[in-house]
Design a protein. Sequence first.
Length: 461
Amino acid sequence: MLYSYLISLFLVLIKKSMPQIIEGFSKLSKEAKIDWLLSEFFPASERNTSSQILEKYLSSKEDLQKLHDEFSENTITNFFLPYGIAPNFLINGKLYALPMAVEESSVVAAASKAAKFWLKRGGFKTEIINTKKLGHTHFVCTIDFLKLKEFFESKLKTQLFNDTADITANMRKRGGGILSITLRDKSHKLENYYQLEAEFDTQDSMGANFINSCLEQFGKTLTREIQNSELFSQQEKDSLQVIMNILSNYTPDCIVKAEVSCKVEDLQENDGIEPDEFARKFHQAVRIAEIEPYRATTHNKGIMNGVDAVVIATGNDFRAVEACAHAYAGRDGVYSSLSHCTISEGVFRFWIEIPLSVGVVGGLTGIHPLVKFSLALLQNPSAKDLMAILAVSGLAQNFAAIRSLVTTGIQRGHMKMHLFNILQNLNATEDEKQYFVEYFKDKTVRHHEVILELERIRKNS
C-alpha cells in the first residue's frame, strides 16, 4: 500500500517537473508566450534573468519591432548578428565595400585582407555564365513513356505555356519567364515516376514564389489534359497522381565565375615565403581540396563563410545557397573543391565557379531596413551583379584561408580574432584586453595560456 502511494506520488512529481504540451501557442500574446516558456523550461531562480535577456534584445521602436515580428512566427525577441564591412574590393574595375552579417570575426578580417592584397594586383574579374533556374512537377502514372512523350509534344507542352501566360506576363515584360519545359523519364530510378522540368529566368528576383505558382498550374493542367484526352484508357487516367510541384534549389546552370591572377613574382607579402614557394604550396593546397573530400568540405565551408555573410546581409536565402553550392561540389559523384588554381608560364591564376540563385527584389529586400541599406551600399546591384559580388566574397575568403594555411598556419590569425571572445567569457576589463593584445602580438593565442596569464596578472595586481 505504502509502496503504491510512493510510486503515485513520484509520478505526480515527475509530471509536474516535465514541460506540458500547449495548444494554440501561436495565438498567445508575446508576453503570454514568454511567461509560458519561462514557467515550463526555466527554474524559478533563472526566470527573471532570462526575461531580462529577452527584453534587452527587443527594439525600443514599436514600428521596427512590429516589422521584425512579422518576418517570422511565434517571435519573442530578436537575435542579433554583427553587421560588419569588408572594404577595398575591386570588382571588374569598380570599388565596393561588402556588408557581412556573420558572428565569426575572422571572416570579415580575412575577406578585407584578401581584398587589399588583390587591390594592388588588378582586383577581381567576374563572368556570369548562366542564370537559369529549375523547377519540377513530380508525378507517377502507368502510361508508357513514348505514348506520354507524344502527347506532351503534340498538345500538353503548348497548353502548359498557355495556362501560365497570366502568371508569367509581368516577368516576360522584364525579359524573363519560362524558358523551356521538358518531360523527364525517371522510371528507371523509381517505378512509374516522371517529371515536367521547367527552366526559368526570373531576372532580378530570386523567383521562388513565381516558379512555384507556375509549377502548381502545371500540375493542374497535366491532370486536366490527361483526364480529357481520348489517347489514354480509363485505367491509365486513374493511375495519374501528381505528387508535388516545387522549385529546385539545385541550380547547376545559374553559374558565376570569379577569378584573380597575377605574375608569380608579384605574390609577395606572404610572411617571408618567396613568391615561387608560396604559389607552389597554394596550388598544392587547392589540388588536395580537389581530390580529398575531407579537405574539400572544410575548404568549401570557408568559401561559404564569405558567401553566406553577404547573402544574409542582402536578405537572401543562405540555406538555399548553401544546399546548392554543396550539391554542385559533388555533381561528379565525388565531393570536391569549388575553387581551382593553375600556374602556367609564370602566371598564378585562382578562380571559382559557383551556382548562386539570388535576388534583389521581393522577399525581405524591400522591407528590411538593413537589407535595403546593404543593397544601397552595394550601389543597388542587379541580381547578376550580386551573383558576382557573392562569388568574389567567397573567393576572397578562400584565398585568405589558404594563404594562412600554407604560411603561418590558420590558428595564428584565427585565434587573435577569437581572443576577445575568450576575454569576454572571462569578464576581462578593458585594460586587461589591451594587455593581451600586446601579449599575443607576435605569437599564437592559446586559450589555456590566456587563462593562466590572466590569473597571474590579477594575482599580482
